[in-house]
Write a protein that binds this ligand. Sequence first.
Ligand SMILES: Cc1cc2nc3c(=O)[nH]c(=O)nc-3n(C[C@H](O)[C@H](O)[C@H](O)COP(=O)(O)OP(=O)(O)OC[C@H]3O[C@@H](n4cnc5c(N)ncnc54)[C@H](O)[C@@H]3O)c2cc1C
Length: 337
Amino acid sequence: MQIETNKSLRQFNTFGLDHQAAFFTEVADEKELMEALQAARKAEVPAFILGGGSNILLTRDLPYFVIKINIKGINIVREDSRHVWVKVGAGEIWHEFVGHAIRHGWGGVENLSLIPGTVGASPMQNIGAYGVEIKDVFDHLEAVVREDGNLVTFSGEDCGFGYRDSIFKQKSKDKYVITRVVFRLDKFPVLNTTYGDVEFTMHELGFPEPSIEAVSEAIIHIRSKKLPDPTVLGNAGSFFKNPVISPEKFHQLKAIYPQLPGFDTPEGIKVPAAWLIEQSGWKGKRWGTIGVHAQQPLVLVNYGGGKGEDLLLLSKTIAKDVFEKFGVKLQTEVNLV
Ligand SMILES: Cc1cc2nc3c(=O)[nH]c(=O)nc-3n(C[C@H](O)[C@H](O)[C@H](O)COP(=O)(O)OP(=O)(O)OC[C@H]3O[C@@H](n4cnc5c(N)ncnc54)[C@H](O)[C@@H]3O)c2cc1C
């Protein structure tokens, strides 16, 4: 295991922010992970676990022992006539795992095509897109307890999955390192094409009939048009979560803003944060090297040379304006580090 000091993290976060880690190492298996955790303890520096860096905002140079997870492997661990249980290393690239599942004809993750990042981070915020969340295909995960190095497993119920949320972002924050995730995939896929333009795009792309490949290709096509590619323009996807408000609050706002969109959820009415941000005048606004994306107001961008602390200030200013105008609190989806 090679340990580097004062390592630039520019290549390791999709905002492309040039902040440094006090210590940096990459681990390829559980043994190396435990060694790295031990090295961090010895150096008396807190460990920070890094996947693909697509859901973090580095707000400063990190006085941390950054451990990049490179644990690989995709293996069938169980099978019956309808399902296959696949264990995937935390360091596998999420979209490559989706491709693997599609090539084998296993359904369940095709709607999550092209989400950046690693498999190990996917349970952190219960990644979701186009009507599917990983909780729908999740069986269990393996993790290492950061404090004592013990190996533990978590069922879906243990993970407390919610909308872009899990216990790993809440009460168990910074307690575990996810090392492997087991998904239960379908040998006879049931397609979910009702969300957005998926069905229309499958026809447009000329697929003769719906299939997991067709759904995946349609979603890749839509996402590539809608979202900025982080290799071209630094960003971390949706910066804020869509707030969920009470029906009373929604009706109050609707009386003032008849165009306000809202979607029923078991927890309340989900309102698009992008709409609130746009109405607050932030769509396409630029602060020098950083700004709000011109087509997607939920996406903050680094045009090049931006600083994490400035992006943090921009996000706080946007949230303050939205609160002053609508009385709705925006929460960040991106992890502030
Ligand atoms: C263009 C773009 C589009 C996106 N679209 C979506 C979308 O449609 N839906 C969606 O849900 N998300 C989306 N995201 C967000 C992001 O892709 C996901 O949150 C992804 O799961 C992050 O993975 P990562 O490996 O990059 O995590 P990182 O950014 O490296 O880490 C995120 C958090 O998880 C922790 N972490 C990472 N790996 C582990 C591990 N193995 N064990 C314990 N903790 C860990 C980190 O410490 C950090 O707190 C998008 C991002 C971008 C840039």
